[in-house]
Structure formats: structure tokens, C-alpha cells
Design a binder for this molecule. Structure first.
Ligand code: DC
Length: 232
């Protein structure tokens, strides 16, 4: 049997980091399908916690108030089968699924300050690492290659120009202050958005998604990733 490229786990973890609206989710979802891996969106965990904080009318700029509220929450991160029969990651807070509210303008505007609270990050990073104990995963986020899975050899930083990313959000019809979020996510003290030293940088500004997926897949094969299905 060939050596496991992720020695700390029986499973393989692929890290996809990058700024808001860089194309990470689309690329990660498609790669997961092609490789037979589970797609995990770590941003949804920060969004779900932010949703709960807002529902409780807590000031998201008050880090102490945020943490004392968050530590008492029951946060369930799981794998569930969707209607199409795919296993997907889900997050419930005190038994509730935030659903579409994860992407509300209020959550968009408040998720960065909540994600900058170090204790919140510690809590969610532990949940993110748990996924790598139960499945082969492709996880997208901001600190996946730098903090969550620093030992994985499979790290990518997906980016695009600010104009392209803003246009993508406008086309989706979402109100999302991406430049402000990027600034806060990149300048916070606790695990800011950085390019991990050994990450492969992919600029999606002018590249169609299908080419981005092909490029990353071929790099993964070169790096010794083992596919989990003969999908395509
Ligand atoms: O990927 P996203 O835009 O849905 O993420 C929402 C926010 O969550 C993002 O602005 C910063 C935070 N986040 C983070 O700090 N670390 C991660 N690994 C993922 C997201």
C-alpha cells in the first residue's frame, strides 16, 4: 500500500483558501464530486454562529459578549445525505438549521468581527479538524492551509481581482461588503487570511471554472492525492 500523504489522519484533506467571492465554493464542490470527497464550507460555520449572535441581539463588536454567548451554544457539525444522495456537511445551532439566513445581508455584514474572536476560532477549528477523522474532505475557508490542516500537502489559494469578485456577488443579487470583509479577514490578529507558503496560487479572474477545476485536479494528482471514486 502506498504511503498516506496526510500522516496525521487516515483520510486526506484538501485546503482551498481565498478571499470572498473568489470562486472557492464552486470549484471545491465540483472537485469534491469528481474526487469522491466530502465538501466542507468552513465559512458556513462562522456564518451560523454569527446568525445566532445576531438573533440574540448581541453586539458583534463586543468580543467578550460574543464569546460568552457562543460558548454556551450547542453547535452540531455533521455529515448528512441530501436529496441527491450526496453526503454534505451541515451545521445546526441549538438544533436549528439557519438555512438561507446564512447568506443574509446582516450575516454578511457581521461575520468578520465574529470570526475575529480568537476563542470562537479555536472552537470552530476543532470542529473542522474533526471532519478529517471521518472522511476525505475538501474544505474551503481562509486559514485551512495555514492553521486548520498545516500538514496537508494539498493546499490552494484561489483568488480573483476585486472588480471580478464584486461583479460575481452583484450577479448573484447579494448585498455583501466583500472589500470590507476581506480587509477585516486579512488584518485580524487571529489566523488572518494569508497565502500558506506551500499553497498553489490560482487566479480565477479570467479562467472558466471548468479550467480551474482541471488545473487543481491535475496538481492534486501530481502531488499524490488518491481519488475515492471513478467519477470522471
Ligand atoms: O467563505 P465565506 O465568505 O462564506 O466566509 C464568511 C466569513 O467567515 C469570512 O468573511 C471570514 C470567515 N471565515 C474565516 O474567518 N475563516 C474561515 N476558515 C472561513 C471563513
Amino acid at each position: 500500500m502506498s504511503e498516506n500523504p496526510c500522516p496525521s489522519s487516515a483520510f486526506q484533506a484538501i485546503a482551498i483558501d481565498g478571499p470572498a467571492a473568489s470562486g472557492k465554493s464552486t470549484v471545491s464542490r465540483e472537485l469534491a464530486r469528481k474526487l469522491g470527497f466530502i465538501y466542507v464550507n468552513s465559512g458556513e460555520m462562522y456564518r451560523a454562529v454569527t446568525w445566532a449572535v445576531l438573533k440574540a441581539n448581541i453586539d458583534t463588536s463586543d468580543a467578550d459578549a460574543v464569546w460568552s454567548f457562543v460558548q454556551a451554544l450547542t453547535i452540531d457539525c455533521a455529515l448528512t445525505q441530501n436529496a441527491a444522495g450526496e453526503r454534505i456537511s451541515t451545521v445546526r445551532i441549538n438544533g436549528e438549521d439557519p438555512g438561507e439566513e446564512l447568506r443574509s445581508p446582516e450575516v454578511n455584514a457581521n461575520v468578520s468581527p465574529v470570526a475575529s474572536v480568537p476563542a470562537v476560532r479555536e472552537l470552530l477549528v476543532a470542529r473542522q479538524r474533526d471532519y478529517s477523522q471521518i472522511a476525505d474532505i475538501i474544505m474551503e475557508g481562509r486559514d485551512i492551509g495555514s492553521v486548520v490542516f498545516p500538514d496537508t500537502p494539498f493546499k490552494f489559494f484561489v483568488t480573483a481581482s476585486e472588480q471580478v469578485r464584486e461583479a460575481r456577488r452583484r450577479a448573484e443579487g447579494h448585498s455583501d461588503p466583500i472589500a470590507a470583509r476581506d480587509k477585516q479577514d486579512s488584518t485580524r490578529k487571529a489566523s488572518p487570511l494569508v497565502v500558506a507558503d506551500d499553497a498553489v496560487m490560482v487566479d480565477t479572474s479570467t479562467m472558466p471554472i471548468v479550467e480551474v477545476v482541471q488545473l487543481i485536479e491535475s496538481q492534486l494528482m501530481e502531488k499524490g492525492l488518491k481519488k475515492r471514486c471513478g467519477c470522471d
